[in-house]
Design a protein around this ligand. Structure first.
Ligand code: FAD
Length: 663
């Protein structure tokens, strides 16, 4: 019988980034007693790093903008693989979510006539990104944090307890979603500082844990991005959608090595920055694909004129969607026209006065000055692709954010799949967090209210004991020979009973480094069949070794232990990425196959779903070499005719399969 401490809530939100906090505000406002739990300090989530802005068609800078144009841009950016209903809701609701933030205290940069200013970004037809300099994510989180505190103050006035209806558990990690039969019953968690285990019981759990970038060596992502939510959902029985689509942002720092991968915001190009190769050529003009030819400038002069007169000129190709720019940079470097440290040059110094650069791009100015000793007002930056965002994620219902197949489970933000198709446009994440965070909070609260009436799900003691045993395993990594163990962990899906193989423990840091190297080299920006097969073999080897990931010491703040636990998630998610990438024999958005270079219209009709193989814990789940993931194909839902009517027929021909056009 477990002695783990328990607390009862209506809704548990895992993650305190933009999606999690927006969901929590909504759930609490709908009357649900809501707990938020996060790995970092409250107010320090990855969203804080977001720089460029929030995409919303408010039409403040160009009145031609509206939700239909935003929808079109989003579908084009995602190469029509987006879950179109999500793209529609997102485009329609984003402006309200931005205005709402202002009513809660956010202060965006203004136009001369006092409206919220909007800036240009890749793939957006009009200036659309509401921003606060290049620190938009910080303002978003600060505002949501303030809103949460104000709700807690209201609760205090009524109940005498600030945390009676809304509580934040900071610096805590969820390692398992618990279930009562098919239904969610809560989360198993530990405090990172003390190592103490506890359970949050709730009929609704919203996963809002962000991305997976820490499985790759070069990444813009923070330490929190170990794919926990993706893995938690998989282990709870929910499928992941289109995990092959990983976005490599074209511009990360390439030098010095200690900062390689740190993001150089797209606002640099949105505000006039240009890309050049070692010969000084603005090479992007050579890389405009046919599907975008009519929309982008053919000459430097036209591209430059667009900044002043966007209604009579076409935008420069530096502002193509990210996948196109990243591939172009990769090709230039490969062709020997790269910068000294293996990137290309991004120049604002010859394009804007120094004081404008310092005002519009203050974080970039300081980032380069402090980390690379480069003054971007006087010289060009060196940049190259960096793993940035995962478009794949938990398969959800578009309107409700409910995860498929697991009643009570919801997902929002980067961890949810579908919204961005095969490639996300810059700025569309922050708006996604707000639109679908709100929807997840609303529907999770409704579901919890009905569950409370019909009977709360019960937390299963055996599952709690098994989750505790699983979390403690790294402290006893040396174990019996394979096949001889019968530990309590066997009660968990995705876990076998064999603790270890009688050999010395493996160092979790070494395993992590090898994983990152393999994913970077073998499932990175340009993919080849043989390399992805090699990646799957390497992942199988790492999975076996990770069973012996061991740590010394005790549970009080022990980063090695935390990493050993995160490895399970990174390995699961990496296997999903590699298997799906091997299966999709075409190039689309964030998935580029050298052996299948073209976009294949037949593939637009197909989604790839990853599920935990044999979640009951049978042979597949216990055989680390065979792998833990089953992959299946599923037809995409036909796009509603009134939404298709927003596009020219000539454009649709480029994306849709014959039969779809005919229909
Ligand atoms: P996050 O903000 O990452 O929050 C995840 C939360 O989950 C954290 O609180 C974390 O502690 C918690 N968590 C994770 N695992 C667990 C666990 N096991 N247990 C408990 N808690 C857990 N997008 C834009 O639209 N515009 C931009 O300008 C922009 N700029 C960016 C700049 C950078 C440098 C980067 C890296 C990304 C940028 N993005 C931008 C993308 C965007 O910031 C992210 O996609 C978005 O912030 C993700 O928000 P989220 O709420 O889904 O997750």
């Amino acid at each position: 019988m477990s002695v783990v401490d328990r607390q009862e809530w209506d809704v548990v939100v895992v993650g305190a980034g933009g999606a999690g906090l927006r969901a929590a505000v909504e759930a609490r406002e709908r009357g649900a007693r809501t707990a938020v739990i996060c790995k970092s300090l409250f107010g320090k989530a990855h969203t804080v790093m977001a720089e460029g802005g929030i995409a919303a068609s408010m039409g403040n800078v160009n009145s031609g903008d509206n939700w239909q144009v935003h929808f079109r841009d989003t579908m084009r950016g995602g190469k029509f693989l987006n879950q179109w209903r999500m793209a529609e809701l997102h485009a329609q609701e984003a402006p309200d979510r931005v205005w709402e933030l202002e009513t809660w205290g956010a202060l965006f940069d203004r136009t001369k006539d006092g409206r919220i200013s909007q800036r240009n970004f890749g793939g957006h037809e009009y200036p659309r990104l509401a921003h606060v300099g290049d620190r938009t994510g910080l303002e978003l989180i600060r505002t949501l944090q303030q809103k949460i505190v104000s709700l807690q103050q209201e609760d205090f006035a009524e109940t005498g307890d600030y945390e009676s209806r809304l509580k934040v558990y900071q610096e805590c990690t969820v390692t398992r979603i618990l279930k009562d039969g098919d239904r969610v019953s809560g989360t198993f968690c530990y405090e990172r500082e003390s190592g103490r285990f506890f359970v949050l019981e709730a009929p609704s759990v919203i996963v809002a844990t962000g991305g997976i970038g820490k499985s790759f060596k070069v990444t813009s992502n923070s330490w929190e991005y170990t794919g926990d939510g993706h893995a938690l959902a998989l282990l709870a029985g929910a499928p992941l959608l289109n995990m092959e689509f990983v976005q490599f942002h074209p511009t990360g720092m390439v030098w010095p090595p200690s900062v390689k991968g740190i993001l150089v915001t797209e606002s640099v190009r949105g505000d006039g920055g240009v890309l050049r190769n070692s010969e000084g050529k603005r090479f992007m003009f050579d890389y405009v694909p046919d599907v975008f030819k009519e929309k982008y400038a053919q000459s430097e002069e036209e591209g430059d004129r667009w900044y002043e007169d966007p209604d009579h000129n076409r935008r420069p190709p530096e502002l193509l969607p990210r996948d196109e720019v990243a591939r172009a940079i990769n090709s230039e470097v490969k062709a020997g026209r790269g910068s000294p440290h293996g990137g290309v040059f991004l120049d604002v110094s010859t394009r804007m006065p120094a004081e404008v650069i310092r005002r519009r791009l203050p974080s970039m100015y300081h980032q380069f000055k402090e980390l690379a000793d480069v003054d971007i007002t006087a010289e060009a930056m060196e940049v190259g692709p960096t793993c940035h965002y995962v478009m794949g994620g938990i398969a959800v219902e578009s309107d409700t954010a409910a995860a498929r197949g697991v009643p009570g489970l919801f997902a929002a933000g980067e961890v949810a799949g579908g919204m961005h198709g095969s490639n996300r446009l810059g700025g569309n994440s922050l708006s996604d967090l707000l639109v679908f965070g709100r929807r997840a909070g609303l529907h999770a609260a409704r579901y919890a209210a009905s569950a409370v009436q019909t009977g709360r799900p019960a937390v299963d003691e055996t599952e709690v004991d098994a989750a505790a045993a699983e979390a403690l395993r790294p402290f006893s990594a040396e174990g019996p020979e394979p096949g001889t163990g019968t530990g309590t962990e066997a009660a968990l899906p995705g876990r076998d009973a064999v603790p270890a193989a009688g050999r010395p423990p493996e160092n979790p840091y070494t395993l992590h480094q090898e994983l990152q190297q393999a994913m970077n080299d073998l499932v990175g920006i340009i993919r080849r069949e043989a390399e992805m097969e090699a990646a799957l073999e390497k992942l199988a080897e790492l999975r076996v070794r990770a069973r012996r990931a061991g740590v010394e010491g005790h549970r009080q703040f022990n980063p090695g232990w935390h990493l050993a636990l995160d490895l399970r998630n990174m390995l699961l998610v990496s296997e999903c990425v590699a298997r799906a990438a091997l299966e999709r024999t075409e190039s689309r958005g964030g998935h580029t196959r050298e052996d299948h270079p073209g976009m294949d219209r037949a593939w637009r009709r197909l989604n790839l779903l990853c599920r935990l193989a044999d979640p009951t814990g049978g042979l597949a789940a216990t055989d680390p070499v065979r792998g833990q993931i089953d992959l299946s194909r599923e037809s995409t839902e036909p796009i509603r005719p009134d939404l298709l009517a927003l596009f020219e027929k000539e454009e649709l021909v480029k994306y849709l399969a014959e039969e779809e056009l005919y229909e």
